[in-house]
Design a protein. Structure first.
Length: 564
């Protein structure tokens, strides 16, 4: 009766493995292109036809294989990349399981042409797992794998293929991800004879991004660089003002390998707290580098997932990294002619230090010909009673007075609520306000927050309340109107996208209490506003994801006036 249990013939085992590794044409593209990269290719060329059903071809100029290796390569668990289980720790190659080639060859008409030296070459055909005798082939150093009739012998799987356009899109995406991971390698993709992707070798990652998606998109990105102990977080985070509710790009790479990790992306999004409109989803490209033993890459057959030894630590670091990228004034939008990029370093001096400190010091000085510090104060100009202009070391800054004040108040209020609060100004004649039932409830629910920003409120009779003290964020502050609007917002669910109650309250208060556009400000007030903005933690964005400040780089002025 022991005849019930039998070791599967290897072709059947390969087809089963193919079920995990070769889900669709995109997986074939991914596995073959990864092999090309592992072989040290400088240029990876991919062709697909009919969404990959009729043809997938991946050619490389990598190290190639001699005949013996080529024959081994199409056998299950044959790999040149690891020798023992211990090698899995910190494995640096894309492949290591040794199952892609046999799996693909078991469900298609497979042909491999390879040469290790450009002199000798081998052609190997495998049809549905059955290999033909190897033949001589003439070709340059490198390897070409051609896959025809994918799933020809597994009709059930073929039925699951989607429309060619869909399969093409997914396959293109798979190659795009590899192109992001390896800017040092050129990639091209032809779909039904048409070139849809062709990116040259790039030295900087941002150049690769630009080659893939164009300069306008690349220009919306801020660089991320952050180190937390053994973990290095780099990549790009989109400026909050350019984030949109749909169509964002979100990529996570761990030790150079693309992974699906919604938690890392969520942590990156958390870094945007209070700088982005809650409905908007900024594009994110997160590259994590950490020691090999801090992450297990072998938890998924297609290696799309990894397991971190300390997930919480990684998420924290990612959040901090994004927050740090949004913090400098350089995170504000530069005013440039279309198609021109600002050299971020020119305005940030590599870090926020140069242009922030210089104007701060100058601004803090009393205006007039010579202040106590012996330096003249930096002139500020209010235009349209809405914007404040001033000079920085790197150009001209233009601040939106409402947005700027909103940011300043938000940070102040967060501090006040977390601490003891700020006593309000006692009114000689207390205010009486008539409110709706929902608004009264909102006052109740936020009583402590209101007290800490300076509103001392008491129920009066029916639906009215008496207000004894009020905050005084600026001389033109209208305490009654602000409170009315604030409770209406809180009761009406405005800012509903904010997850955190305290942050939502602070954002609503900041928005309602800030100076408005169209208010003329005194020179001293302008100065104070700008000084406080530049001293804020996240000065470049208001709480709705709009910029507080735009910058006209001096180099742009010089270019426009022909001084360069
Ligand atoms: N394009 C290529 N160039 C050179 N060698 C290759 C190429 N593709 C596959 N190989 C060889 O074939 C082996 C098996 O490939 P594969 O089945 O994808 O397994 P893995 O990549 O996990 O090792 C690889 O380890 C490598 O030695
Ligand atoms: Mg492989």
């Amino acid at each position: 009766m022991s005849a019930h249990v039998a070791v599967l013939p290897s072709t059947v085992a390969d087809q089963i493995a193919a079920g995990e590794v070769v889900e669709r044409p995109a997986s074939v593209v991914k596995e073959l292109a990864e092999n090309a990269l592992d072989a040290g290719a400088r240029h990876v060329r991919v062709e697909i036809e009919d969404g990959g059903r009729t043809l997938i071809r991946v050619s490389d100029d990598g190290e190639g294989m001699d005949r013996e290796d080529a024959q081994l390569a199409v056998q299950r668990h044959a790999t040149s990349k690891i020798r023992a289980a211990a090698d899995l720790v910190g494995v640096g190659s894309f492949g290591f399981r040794g199952e892609a080639l046999p799996a693909i060859a078991s469900v298609a008409r497979f042909e491999l042409e390879t040469s290790p030296d450009g002199a000798t070459g081998t052609r190997l055909r495998v049809t549905g797992g059955a290999p033909d005798a190897p033949q001589d082939a003439v070709r340059q150093r490198g390897t070409t794998v051609t896959v025809r009739g994918l799933f020809f012998n597994t009709p059930a799987r073929r039925k699951f293929l989607r429309a060619p356009a869909t399969e093409t899109r997914v396959a293109t995406e798979a190659l795009t991800v590899l192109a992001l991971a390896r800017p040092d390698v050129a990639f091209s993709l032809q779909v039904d004879g048409r070139v849809v992707l062709d990116v040259p070798v790039a030295t900087r990652r941002i150049d690769r991004i630009q080659a893939l998606w164009g300069r306008p998109f690349a220009d919306t990105l801020l660089g991320v660089t952050h180190r937390s102990g053994p973990l290095e977080v780099t990549g790009f985070a989109q400026r909050p003002a350019q984030a949109t509710p749909a169509g964002r790009k979100g990529y996570v790479f761990v030790r150079g390998r693309a992974v699906r990790d919604p938690f890392v992306l969520r942590a990156a999004e958390a870094g945007y707290r209070s700088t982005v409109n809650p409905g908007d989803r900024p594009s994110l490209l997160v590259f994590l580098d950490l020691p090999g033993d801090a992450v297990d890459v072998n938890v998924h057959p297609a290696k799309l997932e990894v397991r971190f030894r300390d997930k919480f630590f990684v998420e924290q670091a990612v959040e901090q990294a994004v927050r740090a990228a949004l913090a400098p004034l350089a995170a504000a939008s530069p005013l440039m002619a279309p198609g021109r990029t600002v050299d971020a370093a020119a305005w940030s001096g590599g870090s926020a230090a140069v242009p922030v400190q210089a104007p701060l010091e100058l601004l803090a000085a009393e205006s007039g010909p010579a202040s106590a510090s012996g330096r003249p104060g930096l002139p500020l100009l209010q235009v349209f009673d809405t914007y404040v202009l001033f000079q920085t070391d790197a150009g001209v800054a233009i601040v939106d007075q409402h947005s700027a004040h909103e940011r300043v108040l938000y940070e102040q209020v967060m501090g006040q609520i977390a601490g003891d609060g700020m006593p309000g100004q006692r009114l000689l004649l207390p205010l009486t306000l008539e409110l709706t039932a929902a608004e009264l409830e909102a006052i109740d629910a936020h009583a402590e927050f209101l007290r800490r920003v300076g509103y001392e409120i008491e129920p009066f009779s029916g639906r009215s309340v008496v207000v004894h003290t009020v905050p005084n964020p600026h001389p033109r502050f209208d305490a009654a109107r602000c409170l009315q609007e604030l409770v209406a917002d809180l009761a009406g669910g405005r800012f509903g996208g904010w997850a955190n109650r305290l942050e939502r309250f602070a954002a609503t208060f900041a928005c309602r209490a800030a100076v408005k556009a169209g208010q003329r400000l005194e020179p001293g007030e302008l100065r104070e506003l700008v000084v406080r903005l530049l001293a804020a933690t996240l000065p470049a964005h208001d709480v709705h994801g709009r910029p507080t400040i735009v910058h006209l780089p001096r180099e742009e002025l010089e270019r426009r006036f022909g001084r360069t």
